[in-house]
Design a protein around this ligand. Structure first.
Ligand code: FES
Length: 206
């Protein structure tokens, strides 16, 4: 063997390392795919890979109901306070019940009427109530938390101000939670909350 001939053993070690790195990369990319799928499912992605528009679920006159399908009145949906106590509501299904798809979920809040500021659509509030999509505009998690008087998304920490049109006040979300304009109609047990139109912006990740 000449002194210029490269030793065989280091090449084998390099090849083993290369295969190990490839395995790690495959595992990492697989985990990413699982994570992405989970978020996509939560956000209600369609087969095309795009967020299915929620607008058909909310049109003028569709009542807001709780998860059991019970209509909500202005008197008892949420106690009037000056602190954020959101409740999750849904569009009423034709014939009764609730459409509880993730993309249909709405955060209903109540504050004194004069608390709201721009860019809240004040015409889309009623008796101190305002409503916003519950699907985070970052990666589509359900916005389940609060931080003071802010909505708080526990996935990556985005915050939204319900008194200012749910604009982003922290974290990576690129846009506000779209507002759902609401009004009331007379019912047997009081004034029933309903949508007066579709969401005022796209639901979910942009
Ligand atoms: S999905 Fe809400 S902050 Fe990332």
């Amino acid at each position: 063997m000449s002194s210029d001939t490269p030793p065989e053993e280091p090449h084998e070690e390099i090849e083993i390392e290369r295969r190990q790195v490839a395995k790690v990369l495959a595992a990492v990319s697989g985990a990413g795919a699982v994570g992405a799928f989970s978020v996509s499912a939560l956000a209600g992605l369609g087969e095309s890979g795009k967020i299915e528009p929620p607008e058909p679920l909310f049109v003028e006159g569709v009542r807001l109901v709780d998860a059991d399908g019970n209509p909500l009145t202005t008197a008892d949906a949420i106690p009037q306070t000056e602190t954020l106590e959101p409740t999750t509501v849904y569009p009423e299904k034709e014939g009764g019940g609730a459409i509880t798809e993730d993309r249909a979920a709405v955060l209903l809040v109540r504050f004194p009427e004069d608390s709201y500021q721009e860019p809240t659509n004040l015409d889309g509030t009623v008796s101190g109530y305002a409503a916003y999509s519950k699907v985070c505009t970052h990666l589509g998690c359900a916005v389940n938390g609060t931080e003071g008087n802010q909505f708080y998304c526990q996935c990556h920490g985005s915050q939204f101000d319900p008194l200012q049109g749910a604009k982003v006040t922290g974290g990576p979300a690129p846009s506000p939670l779209p507002q759902l304009p609401i009004g009331v109609e007379d019912g047997q047990d009081g004034q029933l909350l309903l949508a007066t139109g579709p969401f005022e912006g796209p639901v979910g990740p942009q």
